[in-house]
Design a protein around this ligand. Structure first.
Ligand SMILES: NC(=O)C1=CN([C@@H]2O[C@H](COP(=O)(O)OP(=O)(O)OC[C@H]3O[C@@H](n4cnc5c(N)ncnc54)[C@H](OP(=O)(O)O)[C@@H]3O)[C@@H](O)[C@H]2O)C=CC1
Ligand SMILES: O=CC(=O)O
Length: 292
């Protein structure tokens, strides 16, 4: 698996492609805003002019795109992946999407003789830079096994979860929990502050107890400084809450905590915090204490 195509040079795609290049893979990159590929030239990448051109050149193509609309557009639009899908071509979509989107893509590609794996990831900008992602793959098992040398560079652990859709579902469950947790954490920071406690001391206490976790440790110090440089953009976290709630609807699972968290993310989007880190929901939680 030496020659790899990579579609989507956003926060995650760029870091993952650079890691592959560092480890000796030949990588051909494409991004909708093509100029964002230029930086990859310094790392030894080639540039493809369209998703179809990348697929045409490479036996294996990975995609890391923002949402279902982007994932579908890159496959089904003109000069897209589907135009070049055929026997011997493998497509690995690592974007966070819902199971229906993934299944649509899988069906279209396999109908043309192509191969498909979904492989969303858990972990953010820093784990992507450090090759420490957790990979949640589903689809063609043989393709999963062929992809492992690349997954081992990108991630610290890969799971094969069975049929297409299971990777997407697992990722949405994980991010539903994460989105609810960041809201509860934010409320705790506000409560500590308003009741006369030092939020930094709260962080120290949390870090020593049963609910210590890497997210609180990483995001806490920046949240108390109101600093939200995007590692995981809030607009993507809201997309994940929306898709997870839809999965809850499909399965008649009541999720009032996630629904409340989703409202906070929606409010954050409405005041244009979507491009900041998802921890910027803290601004909404703080603001809720001062209704106009
Ligand atoms: N950041 C994180 O911590 C993590 C993100 N994820 C998931 O990974 C995916 C990518 O995230 P991230 O890199 O942070 O996102 P970014 O917003 O940084 O990048 C999004 C990418 O999608 C492309 N894109 C958006 N819309 C379209 C479209 N209609 N057609 C073609 N390309 C499009 C963008 O291209 P352009 O440059 O032209 O806008 C860009 O390459 C998302 O699904 C996210 O939920 C998963 C784990 C962690
Ligand atoms: O999807 C985001 C992450 O941190 O994982």
């Amino acid at each position: 698996m030496e020659d790899i195509g990579f579609l989507g040079m956003g926060i995650m795609g760029k870091a993952m492609a650079i890691n592959l290049l560092r480890h000796g893979f030949k990588v051909t990159v494409w991004n909708r805003t093509l100029s964002r590929c230029d930086e990859l030239l310094d790392h030894g990448a080639s540039i493809g002019q369209t998703p179809g051109a990348v697929l045409n050149k490479c036996k294996y193509t990975i995609a890391m795109l923002s949402d279902p609309a982007a994932a579908l557009s890159v496959v089904f639009d003109k000069d897209g992946v589907l135009e070049q899908a055929c026997t011997g071509k493998a497509y690995i979509d690592m974007s966070t999407v819902d199971a229906d989107t993934s299944s649509k893509i899988s069906e279209a590609i396999t109908l043309k003789g192509g191969r498909f794996l979904e492989a969303p990831v858990s972990g953010s900008k820093k784990p992507a830079e450090d090759g420490q992602l957790v990979i949640l793959a589903a689809g063609e098992k043989a393709l999963y096994e062929e992809a492992l040398p690349a997954f081992d560079v990108i991630g610290k652990k890969s799971f094969f979860l069975g049929q297409v859709g299971n990777g997407a579902r697992m990722k949405l469950v994980v991010n539903m929990i994460m989105g609810s947790m960041i809201n509860a954490f934010s409320e705790g920071l506000v409560l500590a502050d308003k009741s006369g406690l030092n939020p930094q001391t709260l962080l120290d206490v949390l870090d020593l107890g049963a609910i210590a976790n890497p997210m609180f440790k990483l995001k806490g110090p920046t949240m108390i400084q109101n600093s939200y440089s995007p590692a995981f953009p809030l607009k993507h976290q809201q997309k994940d809450m929306r898709l997870a709630l839809a999965l809850g609807d499909e399965n008649a699972v009541s999720m009032p905590v996630a629904a409340a968290a989703n409202e906070a993310f929606k409010k954050a989007l409405s005041v244009e915090l979507g491009d900041l880190d998802f921890s910027a929901v803290h601004e909404i939680v703080k603001g809720a204490q001062h209704p106009l």
